[in-house]
Structure formats: structure tokens, C-alpha cells
Design a protein around this ligand. Structure first.
Ligand code: SAH
Length: 372
């Protein structure tokens, strides 16, 4: 290739965002499209893809596998829950696990996944490992979707400084025909369909080179027949688990209870505040009091509609304010958290001060009266 032309091309071939980010974004888009619950990333390296995927709210189980424990462990702490995850537990459950092992070996911890990603992995496999790879991933793990990305060697002449392979650890780099024939044969063998795409567009006029990173998206043709398939699979564990994080979730009764108690107290405080300001405004004048209508500004708009119903009206008696639980339960967030009124009662029992019949939250306003 003419040197000036090569230089010109080199100017053009600067991927924005960088290619690795485009590959990860590709996986994220796929997750958003298919909404898998369980995702495994094979050859996860520094866990950067897993770190991105943990924010996809459909995912409940995330697993990483790599043959190099050091590279995984370097940043694995970044997969741990943050303080904010404890302060505001998510509605979904999420478990993140990292395993040390090879994609050439079967381990039962890799069963039951919906999506398996192999991003820039296969070109790192020695020939015997590559031979075993399809049986492990497609035959044994058999997820609904497999994504495999690998360098497209036809693009290499367009990349600055690439002599043989793009990385010294690559054992091979395939052109488009080589990757596609391997992928089609693998898909045929294990009853998958495969579609080819990629990231990193070639420059105008050089479309024949194809994408810089070639990608195969494999979709399993037939659903797995649950139990029978599982029981045929070996159960001996060969991978070593090096990291496991269980995120706080509202599916866990302990976190749900905390969230419900906070929300109930918060809601009751707001209702009380509205009631007290009205109480102060109208004082004890029965005539003025009878004209009491909850004000219709933002929050009170909602409350106003509720108090029309009997037994749902908050009231003051002596030094105590009574906020009916039924009113609190009608608020969308409390309602969504608890699901049923019975569950609300169960979760706050003994944790929030209630009236003797248990139908209302009580606040003592003695000191508030004194202050005023
Ligand atoms: N998937 C990552 C990095 C790919 S680099 C990303 O998208 O950025 C390839 C990774 O595969 C390396 O971390 C390497 O340690 C790992 N690897 C190589 N051979 C493997 C094998 N047989 N089993 C599992 N992982 C392997």
C-alpha cells in the first residue's frame, strides 16, 4: 500500500467511541433488546463489561469467567454494592459472581444462562481449547443467545502498526469468510441460527474490508426442555469462585421492611404536616373548621381525594394525630412496595407506633403544641 495513502487511512481510523466501548455498547443494546435475566461473560478480563451490565435492570444474575485470576481480581471490588445500593435497595435482585477457569472445561455453575458473551475471547484460545469451546458453550451451557466477537483480519492493513496480529497473545485472527464458516458450522451442529454484524466501520470506499471487529449473534432455535437436559449434565465443579456479591434488594424481606417503614413514616409525616397547618389556620372555631377542605396544592391534591372516603381522614385528638393506615396504603409508593394492606400491617407491626386497634399511625404533638 502506498505510504501516503496508508497515512491518510491511519488518520481516518480512529474509532469514536473507542472500539472496546463500541463492543460493550453492542452487548448492552442486545441486553436491552432481549432482556436476559442471567448473563455470563466468558473471558471477562478486568470485568469492564460486567461493570456496565450490572446497571441493566433486567439482569438478576451476572457471572464472569477468566483463565487469568489476577486480571479479574485487580478491579473486582468495583463490582461490590455501593453505600447507595444499601440506602436505596433496588426492586430486582442481583448476584455477581466471578469464576476462575477455562472455557475449555464444563462447570455446572455455568448452566441456566440466557445470554453468554465472548468478547474478543476466541482468538486467545489455543487450538485444543478452540476445539472444545463450541461443545462447552453451545452444547453444555446452551444459553438462548451467544455473542462472539473477534478481530477481522481483513481490516488489519488499515490499522497503524499491526504487523501480524493486533495483540501478542492472539493465537490467530480470522478473515470474514473464516469466521463465518466456523460460526455457521458451530450453529448447525448445535441447532442455533447465526447473524453476522460488527463494530468499527471501514472507511468509505473500503467497505469490502468489513467491520474492524466482526460479531456473530447466535440464537438457539429450540427451547431447552428444562429438567431432562439439566439431569444429563455433569455436576462436578472445576471452576474456582473468586468473588461473589449479593446486592441488597427489596425482594429480601429485611430490606423491604426497612423501605416500607421509612416510606410509611415519611408519608404519615407529610399528611400530618398538611393537617397541622390546616388545624392552625382554622383553630378551634367550629364554623371555620367545618369549612375545612384539604388544600389542593400538589401533594394535598391527592390527599384531598382520599379523605372524602370514610375512615380515611386523618384527625387530631388531644395531643395525638391519627393517620389512618388505609390512607397511607393508598399512596402509590407504599402501595407498590407492599402489594396488599395485610402485608403493610405485617411489615410495620411493632416498628411504627399505631393506635390501639392498629388502624392508624399515631404521632404525639405535645411538644409541637408547646413550641407554638
Ligand atoms: N472480554 C474482554 C477482554 C478480552 S481479552 C473485553 O471485552 O475487553 C481475552 C481474555 O480471555 C483474557 O482476559 C484472557 O485471560 C481470557 N482467556 C484466555 N483464554 C481463556 C480460557 N481458555 N478460558 C477463559 N478465559 C480465557
Amino acid at each position: 500500500m502506498d505510504k501516503n495513502f496508508q497515512e491518510e487511512i491511519t488518520q481516518i481510523i480512529k474509532f469514536k467511541p473507542p472500539l472496546y466501548k463500541q463492543r460493550h455498547q453492542f452487548v448492552k443494546d442486545l441486553v436491552e433488546k432481549y432482556k436476559p435475566k442471567k448473563v455470563a461473560d466468558l473471558g471477562c478480563a478486568d470485568c469492564s463489561l460486567l461493570r456496565m451490565l450490572k446497571f441493566c435492570s433486567c439482569i438478576e444474575v451476572l457471572a464472569g469467567l477468566d483463565i487469568c485470576a489476577n486480571v479479574m481480581q485487580e478491579k473486582m471490588h468495583t463490582l461490590s454494592p455501593l453505600p447507595v445500593d444499601y440506602l436505596q435497595p433496588s426492586e430486582r435482585s442481583l448476584t455477581v459472581t466471578l469464576h476462575h477457569g477455562s472455557v475449555a472445561h464444563k462447570d455446572p455453575c455455568m448452566l441456566g444462562f440466557d445470554l453468554v458473551t465472548c468478547i474478543e475471547l476466541i482468538e486467545h484460545l489455543e487450538e485444543p481449547e478452540l476445539k472444545k469451546f463450541p461443545e462447552v458453550v453451545f452444547g453444555f451451557m446452551a444459553p438462548s443467545i451467544v455473542v462472539i466477537s473477534t478481530p477481522n483480519s481483513e481490516f488489519n492493513p488499515l490499522l497503524p502498526g499491526v504487523m501480524l496480529y493486533r495483540h501478542p497473545d492472539h493465537k490467530f485472527e480470522w478473515n470474514q469468510a473464516q469466521f463465518q464458516s466456523w460460526a455457521l458450522e458451530t450453529a448447525r451442529c448445535y441447532d442455533y441460527s447465526v447473524e453476522f454484524t460488527g463494530v468499527g466501520h471501514p472507511p468509505t470506499g473500503m467497505e469490502k474490508a468489513g467491520f474492524c471487529t466482526q460479531i456473530g449473534v447466535f440464537i438457539r432455535k429450540y427451547p431447552q426442555t428444562g429438567g431432562s437436559v439439566q439431569s444429563e449434565k455433569p455436576t462436578e465443579a472445576v471452576y474456582k469462585t473468586v468473588f461473589k456479591a449479593v446486592y441488597p434488594s427489596l425482594k429480601d424481606e429485611k430490606y423491604l421492611q426497612n423501605a416500607v417503614i421509612s416510606e410509611v413514616i415519611f408519608t404519615a409525616q407529610i399528611i400530618k404536616h398538611r393537617l397541622m397547618s390546616k388545624h392552625k389556620e382554622y383553630g378551634d372555631d367550629p364554623e371555620r373548621k367545618s369549612k375545612f377542605q384539604p388544600s389542593m396544592d400538589c401533594f394535598s391534591d391527592y390527599l384531598g381525594k382520599l379523605v372524602v372516603e370514610k375512615n380515611m381522614e386523618p384527625f387530631v385528638s388531644g395531643n395525638e394525630v391519627y393517620i389512618p393506615l388505609a390512607t397511607i396504603f393508598s399512596f402509590p409508593k407504599v402501595n407498590r412496595l407492599c402489594g396488599t394492606f395485610e402485608k403493610l400491617c405485617k411489615l410495620i407491626a411493632g416498628k411504627v407506633t399505631l393506635s390501639s386497634d392498629g388502624s392508624a399511625v399515631i404521632f404525639n404533638i405535645e411538644h409541637e403544641n408547646e413550641e407554638n
